[in-house]
Design a protein. Structure first.
Length: 220
């Protein structure tokens, strides 16, 4: 962040809502700059937002968020660990949302759980779409191009596996590109789906709800 953003007289522009849209590292940087430029109110507000975000993350990791009658607590683990459990090592641990298992060549992709669309017991998920008129810039990034290749490979293989990622979206961004918070991957659920090409889009299609899909064993 540029120091000019924190010049005296502009600290009041940083509302709780605006700060909440930043990544944790950016909030800490904002707080450090506020303390250096003698803006204690802004520094305190940054600390409050950080504390609230950490509290929400701890709640989600315990599986309590949204729990109710008939809802099991989710065991959430880091994305990299979830892929390793399926025999996949990501090409880029920070940006990759999928990989190919060396043992059998199967494609395994991460899916943002809240973006799954369902109707009449069938589910679908938009895996990749062309960056038409700049609407999906992530598609043109290395991670996006990697996802496109995984979609094409999954069509050739007749299907792929999916891991469910839980977190909080960032307004105006695809979760694959950047999220407000990533709580983790459901360690107990692995989807099996087909990939369909529809125009300039690739969709994951399966017939059962995620909660009804048990963890499939790895091939021997």
């Amino acid at each position: 962040m540029k120091q000019s953003t924190f010049k005296h007289g502009r600290a009041d522009e940083w509302t709780r809502e605006r700060i909440g849209q930043l990544a944790a590292q950016e909030i800490m940087q904002l707080r450090d700059n506020a303390e250096r430029l003698n803006e204690p109110d802004l520094a305190a507000l940054c600390s409050e937002v950080l504390a609230q975000a950490r509290s929400r993350a701890r709640t989600a990791l315990r599986g309590k968020a949204g729990a109710g009658p008939g809802t099991k607590a989710r065991k959430l683990i880091a994305r990299g660990k979830a892929f390793e459990a399926r025999g996949v090592w990501l090409q880029d641990a920070r940006t990759s949302w999928g990989g190919v298992r060396k043992s059998d060549g199967a494609v395994v992709m991460a899916l943002w759980a809240e973006a799954i669309e369902s109707a009449d017991g069938a589910c679908r998920y938009l895996l990749w779409a062309a960056n038409a008129e700049g609407a999906r810039p992530w598609s043109d990034t290395p991670a996006g191009r990697e996802r496109l290749e995984h979609c094409k490979r999954a069509i050739e293989l007749g299907g792929a596996e999916g891991l469910l990622v839980y977190g909080r979206r960032l307004e105006g961004r695809l979760p694959e590109e950047r999220a407000s918070a990533i709580h983790g991957v459901d360690a107990d659920t692995v989807l099996s789906f087909e990939v369909e090409a529809r125009g300039g889009e690739f969709w994951a299609i399966w017939g059962a709800k995620p909660a009804e899909s048990p963890v499939a064993p790895l091939p021997s």
